[in-house]
Ligand binder design. Structure first.
Ligand code: ZN
Length: 196
């Protein structure tokens, strides 16, 4: 690597930090970009810069948005009486491939006491406010089917045990330990139909 120009080495290093990309792929991607016209590479760079600069969290559901209220929350065709509670923004991407038509609430994590992640580190207080102030009839808890996901689901159930609210959990069609983001469309659609 010593012989490489600094700017090439730099980009290879950045690609290597991405999940699933080893040094070989990182090199391939970097040299591929060098064959593209200047404006394509510029656009790629701008997309990277804008990624963090333009985004904020939706004030309602805490998913990524460029506006105060995201496009899903702002869509009048969505059913605001149903909220699907997910761990991460990427879970929304997975569920949007099904025909789910309610809204979401993104927790940005799960309860993980061993890592010091308690309820105050998640968006649970915002969820409580939504349930209390908006016409919510059903919460679908779609945390992952592992230890932390289950503990978080139980915590949420307890939070609302005095509310007149239907609380469901995605059906156990999902294999234990599978992250929602890797579940295929059909499995996920079935999990929604069979929620209980
Ligand atoms: Zn939103």
């Amino acid at each position: 690597m010593q012989y490489l120009p600094g700017s090439i080495k730099d980009l290879i290093n950045h690609f290597t930090k991405l999940p699933g990309i080893g040094p070989k792929s990182a090199g391939r991607l970097t040299y591929y970009l060098l064959t593209k016209p200047d404006h394509d590479v510029d656009d790629f760079g701008k997309a990277l810069i804008n990624l963090k600069k333009k985004l904020q969290y939706c004030h309602n559901c805490h998913n990524y948005a460029e506006e105060k209220i995201c496009r899903i929350c702002a869509n009048p065709k969505r059913n605001p009486a149903i909220i699907c509670v997910v761990e991460q923004p990427l879970d929304v991407v997975a569920i949007e491939k099904t025909n789910y038509n309610g809204l979401y609430h993104v927790l940005h994590g799960v309860l993980t006491p061993i890592e010091g992640i308690g309820p105050e580190h998640l968006t649970l207080e915002n969820l409580r406010q939504r349930v209390n102030n908006q016409p919510v009839e059903e919460l679908i808890i779609a945390t992952n089917p592992n230890l932390e996901g289950e503990a978080t689901a139980i915590y949420i159930q307890n939070m609302f045990k005095n509310n007149d609210l239907k609380i469901t959990r995605l059906a156990q069609g999902l294999p234990i330990g599978t992250d929602l983001e890797y579940a295929d469309e059909i499995t996920l659609s079935k999990a929604f139909e069979g929620r209980k």
